[in-house]
Design a protein around this ligand. Structure first.
Ligand code: JB8
Length: 273
């Protein structure tokens, strides 16, 4: 996969040289190019922003530097043999970035990221390139950053670990929370390692038993408990067929029952104070 990033803070993308993404690059699975947007701002001050039409606070990134930068980055990529580019535009008003979208992006050969600063990029830029390329406007969550660079790091890491040959067989994607599979609707429960006693805290007996069936059941119950506590929306949205008899017993203990449509929700009886 090829990734281009156009930014006014190229240094912000240094973490792409480290850890899993850095290794994917040195292993030849990922070709990352970071570009300085100001290289395409031709006035004396390399201006990339201006005041918003219609008034209001803040500044908006100008069309021309982005247009010149993207035309050049796309032309250079094509020249190097890259094909089927997709634009990825981080913005708090984008579609939510999910594991499903990470999988979709990981199947593309070439991603061009356009992280903005200020109040974002003049909307005509995305509209213009959307006539030629797939454009993904994505939000990594319901909070406000000062710019899109951190979102590029997030999306790139989520995508890179899905590329063939990057993770290795030991860490399969099958058991990832949010990936299709048995953990699709569940958060992971607790994880524990040695020493067996730490500051008076031990290890649940079942994990030392060697009984694989009981261990799997314990993990599943703890996953259900954590999901009800932190992300009840995941249980409420899940196809009830995802929950077996033992899951249903645990959900009932946690005060969750199937409603008229079969989906699980909090038992109003059990919800008193
Ligand atoms: C200017 O919160 B965010 C985000 C915030 C931003 C820009 C991009 C993304 C650009 N502010 O995901």
């Amino acid at each position: 996969m090829r990734i281009d990033v156009v930014t006014i803070f190229p240094d912000y993308l240094e973490p792409l040289n480290v850890s899993l993404v850095g290794k994917a690059r040195t292993a030849g699975r990922l070709d990352v190019r970071v570009h300085d947007l100001r290289d395409w701002a031709y006035d004396r001050h390399n201006t990339v922003d201006d005041t918003p039409y219609g008034g209001g606070p803040g500044m908006v990134m100008k069309t021309e530097p982005w247009g010149e930068a993207l035309d050049q980055v796309l032309a250079d990529g094509y020249e190097a043999g890259a094909r089927l580019p997709a634009l990825v535009v981080p913005t708090p008003s984008g579609r939510p970035f999910t594991q499903a979208l990470a999988v979709e992006l990981s199947e593309r050969p070439w991603l061009v990221f356009t992280p903005a600063r200020y109040e974002g990029i003049d909307s005509r830029v995305a509209a213009e390139y959307a006539t030629r390329l797939p454009v993904y406007e994505v939000s990594i969550g319901d909070y406000v950053l000062a710019g899109g660079e951190a979102a590029v790091l997030v999306v790139t890491e989520a995508v890179a670990r899905l590329l063939p040959g990057v993770l290795g067989n030991a860490e399969s994607h099958r058991d990832d929370s949010f990936a299709p599979g048995p953990m699709a609707h569940l958060l992971e429960g607790p994880v524990l390692t040695k020493p067996p006693q730490w500051r008076g805290r031990g290890i649940p007996e079942v994990l030392l038993s060697g009984h694989h069936g009981k261990i799997a059941r314990w993990r599943r119950d703890e996953a259900l408990r954590r999901t009800i506590a932190h992300r009840p929306d995941l249980i409420a949205a899940a196809d009830p067929a995802a929950f077996d008899k033992k899951d249903r017993e645990m959900l009932s203990i946690l005060g969750w029952l199937p409603g008229p449509d079969g989906r699980f929700g909090p038992n109003p009886e059990a919800m008193e104070e």
